[in-house]
Design a binder for this molecule. Sequence first.
Ligand SMILES: Cc1cc2nc3c(=O)[nH]c(=O)nc-3n(C[C@H](O)[C@H](O)[C@H](O)COP(=O)(O)O)c2cc1C
Length: 198
Amino acid sequence: MKIKPLMSDSTSFLSTIIKNRRTTKPPMMNGKKIPDEQIRELLHLADWAPTHANTEPWRFIVYADPKVFCTEHAGLYRDKTPAESFMQFNYEKLLHMGDKASHVVVCIMQRGPLPKIPAIEEIASTACAMQNILLGATELGLASYWGTGGMVHSPAMKQFLNLKDEDIVMGVLYLGYADSTSAGERTIPLNEKVKWIS
Ligand SMILES: Cc1cc2nc3c(=O)[nH]c(=O)nc-3n(C[C@H](O)[C@H](O)[C@H](O)COP(=O)(O)O)c2cc1C
């Protein structure tokens, strides 16, 4: 089989945005506030994600003050971690994770009313909605981070957010501004990820 290199030199607006989206860890943000109106714009973009059978499973909880979420998150870690594995360092890290971020958006897959739609599709749909936010943020010159650390996947977090068993916390998006971003890297060549049959 002849392998055709998958090269891309596209400089279209969309491809530039996609390639320029980079993870910026919240401690690298600079504390500048994003206007709430821009966060609302990003949520509108999220709302146009593809969705099988129009279940629209994405749900968002916006914390306009990251400290509110981070205090709760660290508190869950402190209260639900067995004493022998509790680490003060981890507690402090969660507590201060959003100190330099502007907004925190907790992203949830809320299982729709159609059991024939598999959960994996609702998860995929919600991930698309989250990517819409990240790409929109890139367009607006914002820094972003998708985090799943700490208690994000714990039953305690679900309980705190009043979710049902079948719902899933997909991650926490920290949004803000940064003075610089690190370069992205992809370590597995694209050709190794694609089987092209012609
Ligand atoms: C589902 C998901 C969960 C992630 N969780 C974490 C996390 O908990 N901690 C972290 O440092 N980065 C997390 N990331 C960010 C990745 O580390 C980051 O996307 C990766 O390093 C690639 O960098 P890039 O986003 O700049 O391309 C997560 C990303 C995704 C998609």
